[in-house]
Ligand binder design. Structure first.
Ligand SMILES: C[S@@+](CC[C@H](N)C(=O)[O-])C[C@H]1O[C@@H](n2cnc3c(N)ncnc32)[C@H](O)[C@@H]1O
Length: 358
């Protein structure tokens, strides 16, 4: 599968070769695609080579060769993007965490098979992988954010946009017309997600502010204490057929949410502390683990019992556990073995003792 940036690079090389009878230099490609560093261009070329679209002759300038395979793909815009594999039967992976890359795993799902997708994707917060403070370097936190400093969260901006576009396209494809999706974010990524949704024809239904009144204080004292995350609720259907349990939204109350009283309409600000109950972290911690309470609220608002909830970046499995505890089925995708193990243990043990968790 080619990303749109890889397609752009490939198309540029082809048209340059047609015009000039030699291939462009790395610098010319870099200038054309408008990135700042040559290394980003090198990464795109490496991917194109791995995928069989080009061959490079090391240490030789202007030596990029377009392969026969690439030449056969006449309309690069559409037909070189590999069609979705769609080989996985949903029933086979129901109520499991599948280890792997969400982009690949999503492609294997059939069209319109998911009722609700809750994406807690990498936020792209972990720039440079450590936070420098006057008092030294602090790993594992940052600003007011639980800055995660994880490799899986560190992209360059264009790379992050490509990654987001790819998974959003697949999310749109796999959702049922009655389905919808929730996406967690902060200012680092929510603008990108919002814009791409609009470009991809994914209609935003609401933007919810998750107010975290117990937010981590700002250690450097150079900006406000960030105390919220942004949740985007969107649907992909042509018509507005998505599930919304209005009665639930109205009757819902929770003593810790000072902005929601039973009988009042639910607002787009949710007052939910980011604390985890002791049982939620009893088997291990994830650096960006979400409280079960927020996942359950999303699920109960926007699905029916027996529906299928997909969590494509499942981490410690909070969304999956919330689905099972509320009588839904789940599918989780997670790339890191450590978190796959943690979530499987969590789901096995906590679903077995669910009575005591509700
Ligand atoms: C923000 S965390 C999700 C945390 C989760 N909501 C929880 O409560 O534990 C994102 C997760 O996505 C995983 N991840 C990152 N890139 C991925 C990819 N391409 N495919 C699948 N999982 C990925 C990371 O390993 C990380 O565990």
């Amino acid at each position: 599968m080619l990303t749109y940036k890889q397609k752009e690079v490939l198309e540029f090389i082809i048209s340059y070769q047609n015009d000039n009878k030699v291939s462009p230099t790395i610098q010319e490609i870099t200038d054309f695609i408008g990135v700042n560093s040559l290394s980003t261009t090198h990464q795109h070329l490496e991917s194109l080579e791995e995928k069989g679209f080009i061959k490079r002759h090391k240490k030789q300038a202007r030596s990029i060769e377009i392969t026969e395979f690439a030449k056969k793909v006449v309309n690069i815009e559409e037909s070189s993007v590999l069609p979705p594999a769609k080989t996985t039967k949903v029933e086979k992976i129901l109520n499991t965490i599948v280890q792997g890359d969400a982009l690949e795993l999503l492609r294997k799902l059939p069209d319109q098979c998911i009722d609700l997708l809750i994406a807690d994707p990498p936020y792209n917060l972990s720039k440079g992988m450590s936070l420098k403070l006057a008092s030294g370097s602090l790993v594992g936190t940052g600003g007011n954010w639980e800055k995660v400093m994880q490799k899986w969260d560190d992209y360059d901006l264009l790379g992050y946009m490509e990654f987001t576009e790819l998974w959003l396209r697949e999310a749109k494809r796999v959702l049922k017309p009655t389905g919808s999706m929730w996406v967690f974010g902060t200012y680092h990524n929510s603008g990108i997600i919002n814009t791409l949704m609009q470009l991809l024809g994914i209609e935003i239904i609401n933007e919810v502010v998750w107010y975290k009144r117990n937010a981590f204080p700002n250690l450097a004292g150079r900006r406000l204490t960030a105390s919220h995350e942004t949740l985007i609720w969107a649907h992909a259907g042509k018509k507005r057929k998505y599930t919304f349990n209005y009665d639930f939204s109205k009757s819902y109350s929770d003593k810790s949410d000072e902005l929601k009283a039973a009988g009042k309409q639910m607002r787009t600000v949710w007052d939910i502390p980011n604390n985890k109950e002791r049982f939620e972290i009893a088997l291990g911690r994830h650096p960006t683990q979400k409280p079960l309470k927020i996942c359950k609220r999303m699920i109960e608002l926007t699905t029916k019992e027996g529906d299928v909830v997909l969590s494509p970046f499942s981490g410690s499995g909070s969304e999956c556990l919330a689905a099972k505890l509320t009588g839904r089925d789940y599918i989780g995708f997670e790339i890191e073995e450590e978190f796959v193990d943690l979530s499987r243990r969590r789901l096995d043990q906590q679903i077995a003792s669910q009575e005591s968790l509700l």
